[in-house]
Design a protein. Sequence first.
Length: 528
Amino acid sequence: MWRRRRKVWRVIRGTSHLPFIAQAQRHGRQTAVVDAQGAFTYNDLLDASSRVAAALLAGREDLHEERVAFLVTPGFPWVAAQWGIWRAGGVAVPLPLNSAGPELEYFIDDTGASALVWDAQAAPVLAPIAAARSIRALSYEQLSALQQAESADSHININSERRAMILYTSGTTSRPKGVVTTHANITAQIMSLVEAWEWSANDRILLCLPLHHVHGIINVVSCALWSGATCQMLRRFDANAVWDAIAGGSVTLFMAVPTIYVKLIAAWEKASPERRALLSQACARLRLMVSGSAALPVSTLRRWKEISGHTLLERYGMTEIGMALSNPLRGERVPGSVGTPLPSVDVQLVGEDGVPVAPGTLGEIEVRGPSVFLEYWGRPEATRVAFRDGWFRTGDTAVIESENGVYRIFGRTNIDVLKTGGHKVSALEIEDALREHPAVAECAVVGVPDAEWGERVAAAVVLKEGLKDGDVLDLPSLRAWAKELMAAHKVPSRLVVVDALPRNAMGKVMKPSVAALFRAGGAGDSVA
Ligand code: AMP
């Protein structure tokens, strides 16, 4: 463990060279990125990012951590833009595609971006924003048409402790905060995963995740490019395009959020028997399939195993820390658990007093190590309260199982851990059980304040296709069914049937919006 940690620090403590550039130079002629335009080598990436850097610098020596926001469709230009910003000494701020103008304005204003990079698709929405603020605007197409620039970063001394990236939190609970990571943080996040999941230059990963979140940026793109592997990038998620790419036969790794697996299962089920057989056979050629960023329903894990033969590796992480816990690459993956700490990540579970709790007892997850972020951008008070004695307080509650030492996530402490009748119960555990009901396609459980119980267990449910009639699921029948599966205090006492759950761009259920369904005029059935 300690030997491993020393190795991580030796690599990321360098002061003058960006470590990913040195890595890329080693893999020069290998294919780095495949997108709709074709295949691009590591040399292509070094060349294109150098041009972007030279254009951003425009004669200056170093951007000195100026923020450069960029809105570019996933593909080779996205990576060239990100690397170019870094090579110019800037802080990369990847903006979410499909955002409305005011959301983009918020990110641009909050970071105080001095320049914007966009591609043709993003220009119409960003051009007026840039003009209104007199921000320098650079179109990727113009940048890439420039003549080969003088190597832009040959004279820049980029200390690994400098700020590298700002990613916005998903904002499921409050206004998004900008999470600042340094080059050293990013390198540590990458190296931990490369080691744990045994990335190599022989790997080829399929990207179908958005590129404004740690999952796509670090776990998929950055780990691939650090390792000399190939990243095959789809512009956006499309279930049949993903299946076609898997059927193509050269993908070795796949990583996604649970909702994507649900959509892939639905597409597989709609396919002809011949295509189903072909797709299932193709899965056998992958060496690893990973799920994370939200709890993986055990029913999804089971169905995916039947379809693909793969037991999904579930891991736990967060924008602020990268990845912290993971089931093993080799060895038993425990359904419903997120495994144990990743290399060079310290994890502890603490009670409300900050003292570590014993296995079998609920506690808040705290994380420490080189992968933990530097600060919330422009929010010193939020940064201060996020740490206790050097540990980052995740706000997630978990338990370490006494029998096997694996972590089980209860959910967000203030949202998913419900206090009802003196018991603490996990919304995620109840959701997992409710998904076993024959009429339930999706569900979200929240606590609704109640004078008698403290909180009542309230469930929002989406019915399976073809069962749109609200009569097929009412509260008394759901309760009678659920009492066979769980203790009485966990059984929902409020129910609302909805057409769709409110989700954000990463597919995460927005729990405050679910809770609002029950507040708004007392929707749905309830029992006393
Ligand atoms: P984000 O910063 O958007 O990646 O969101 C991080 C949050 O997602 C964590 O604080 C957890 O609440 C949740 N999360 C991530 N992975 C898992 C997982 N495997 N199981 C349950 N919750 C997860």
